[in-house]
Design a protein around this ligand. Structure first.
Ligand code: GRF
Length: 195
């Protein structure tokens, strides 16, 4: 049974569905949920689902990314995770941190990578007049939002969409895609899934 740790920064809607999916004959189980924000709403949801939690507030560390990440790693390694799943985690991680988890670290990004790495993905897709948008699950490597793609899901961009409209439509697909990709990845299957 693979041990999965999940990192969040906010409400953790993806985290909730990932925990819900790791049951029965699923090859992984959620063993820990962590956040860079002690007030992240997802922490209470994880605890209510019986999953251990921790928080390392990144603010006291200021520009000391290494110090913040060392504390993250201390909490994470104590749970001996086989998989590290970033789900709405909004801190950029250094190459040293990524190397520590390389080959077993996933992220979901709310665009059809390689389009729109970084922030404000939905506004950029609307601004560009794209007819479709979506989300991508990828392995995390040292290059931001650029690791091997493991899955994508697409949605139409509709006339009059605001970024919030599009974000809500994409989020529904994130909740389908991430559990499906995690299940494959946990089973050692890296073949790309397009929903
Ligand atoms: C989602 O849009 C996801 O794509 C991005 O963070 C947002 C919130 O995710 N990574 P969640 O509800 O905290 O899972």
């Amino acid at each position: 049974m693979k041990r999965a740790a999940i990192l969040i920064s906010g409400g953790g809607s993806n985290m909730v569905r990932l925990i819900e999916s790791m049951v029965g004959d699923h090859p992984a189980r959620a063993v820990l949920v962590g956040s860079n924000d002690p007030n992240a709403g997802g922490l209470a949801k994880a605890a209510a689902m019986g999953v251990g939690t921790f928080a390392v507030d990144h603010r006291p560390f200021g520009r000391d990314r290494a110090g913040f990440e060392a504390e993250l790693i201390r909490h994470l390694d104590a749970a001996q995770p086989d998989l590290l799943v970033l789900a709405g985690f909004m801190r950029i991680l250094t190459p040293d941190f990524v190397r520590h988890f390389e080959g077993r670290m996933l992220n979901i990004h709310p665009s059809l990578l390689p389009k729109y790495p970084g922030l404000h993905t939905h506004a950029r897709a609307i601004e560009a007049g794209d007819l479709e948008a979506g989300c991508t699950v990828h392995e995390v490597t040292a290059d931001l939002d650029a690791g091997p793609i493991l899955g994508q899901a697409r949605v139409p961009v509709l006339a009059g969409d605001t970024p919030d409209d599009l974000a809500a439509r994409v989020l529904v697909q994130e909740h389908r895609l991430y559990p499906a990709v995690l299940r494959r990845f946990a089973a050692g299957d890296r073949t790309r899934l397009d929903l």
